[in-house]
Design a protein around this ligand. Sequence first.
Ligand code: B12
Ligand code: SF4
Length: 475
Amino acid sequence: MEKKRIILFNPMPVKHPVAILNKMTTSLQVPLVNVPLSLLALGRMVRDEFDVKIINAVVDNDYKKNIIDMSKNALCLAVSSMTCHQITDGIDVCKAVKELYPQLPVIWGGYHPSTEPMQTLKNPYIDIVIRGQGEVPFKEVVNKLKKNESLEGIPGISYKEGGKIIENKDREFKTLDSFPPIPYDMIDVERHVKGYKFAKRCIDYYSSFGCAAGCDFCSEPLFCGRHWSGLPAETVVSELEYIAKTYSIDTFMIRDSDFFINVNRVKKICSLLIEKNLGFRLTSVNGRMELLSRMDEEVWGLLRKAGICEIFIGFESGLQEALDAMNKGARTSQIKACIDKCIKHDIDIRGSFMVGIPGVNAKEEVRKTFEEIHHIISSYGKMGKLDHMDILLSFFTPYPHTKLYEASVKNGLKPLNTLEEWGDFDQFDFKAPWFSKEYFDITREFRAGMPMNSGCDFREWCGFYEGIVKRLKSI
Ligand code: B12
Ligand code: SF4
């Protein structure tokens, strides 16, 4: 019997694909080409019984037309979306498909629909939302659709029926080892291999899912209920080995939210990688500063030997009051502690900061955050190693139903009442009403002047920084 077709779609995350070059490393700061891990996680559950087509807008110029062509006689169209331009692009494609095939069920999942299911379903082109971890509910939903049966009682989903929106109960969090491996063979891997800093053939991978922390600006706690699950160390290493050998990969960009939470697992992964000496590296490995700053020297000593050459830390702010307002559970002193450890163990740093947290003193927030960034730049600049660090400085952006979204509304943010409004929301330079223009402008100027963005050397940077500090005092 012919298999029914399922279309899995990853829309464009940005309106205008811009390549932000790191002038120190001449690689892109945020590579847009990413393996659609979300879609592969779903695809692995249904590939045996269905004809699964994966469309990633980022690597397919004709994605809209291709989806429309595939939609005839398809079982469903399933769309993944974060809170960003993916919403707008996703709606655009679903509208075009629904105009031709109004009966085709459209399913949405991922961070945005999971945290805003009711609003998402108010959109006329969306029929079903799968909340949170998608693997099992997606499989159950498509099997029901295939048999033309009701979706009643499937945990973890919300859907429309008879003009009403029905919200089923939540689903339990599943551990990652209960699923088959991520099936890279379902995509054209060559189109997803990217350059990144030292890497010529870098690809995305994740070894754990979820996060146990509870930062009040982040969608993760709402999305996964502070659960975390990691693949066993042996599985991680054998998967990395297989992918590296099959696709000649020299570097893995690790997409976990918190790689380091289980120190024993980290130790074991590192020991196995060292023992096997596989020759690839791990980059952009995400960790929390409060955990990293107190991680044993013994574990730090293993990281670089195992090939971990860059750690990505959300430092967020140089102002303690701001860290507390976001419930970060960290101290500003831990920023320096992490930088010292990275320098000592020859690991590159990729740190992210933001300003514009509602309810804190903006002048102090900006001043202290600039100061921390200057400290990091100086630490690397003095060693002549500016190409071993990267700083992402952004403006705080509220996400649905987070505590800081509520605080933002209290501080003057106009509530976002529709899916379309969230799609139009600017994640790059969100101009919060409580954050005055002077601070906004000086932050943009500071950001543009950082060595990785301007290409300046350390001496020039110090002169520039002095000027910024003087100007900040006068605001
Ligand atoms: C890779 C990544 C990206 C990639 C693109 C990914 C893509 N889809 O194209 C890039 C770098 C482009 C990116 C961009 C952004 N990102 Co991002 N990103 C990630 C990251 C690190 C990994 C995502 C991933 O692949 N995970 C592995 C897969 C398997 O998990 P998953 O995506 O959650 O999928 C599961 C479920 O969500 C669900 N599911 C997902 N899609 C679908 C679809 C259907 C139909 C169904 C049924 C289920 C389902 O099932 C899957 C299996 O369980 C996550 C953090 C994290 N660790 O998850 C942040 C994360 C998703 N990003 C986030 C954000 C905010 C952004 C930005 C919007 C903002 C920013 N300033 O970074 C930008 C977008 C604008 C821009 N600058 O490009 C937030 C999302 C918050 C939110 N409310 O949307 C996250 C959670 C980081 C965080 N903690 O804040 N991101
Ligand atoms: S540690 Fe990172 S992923 Fe986890 S809740 Fe905080 S910001 Fe989100």
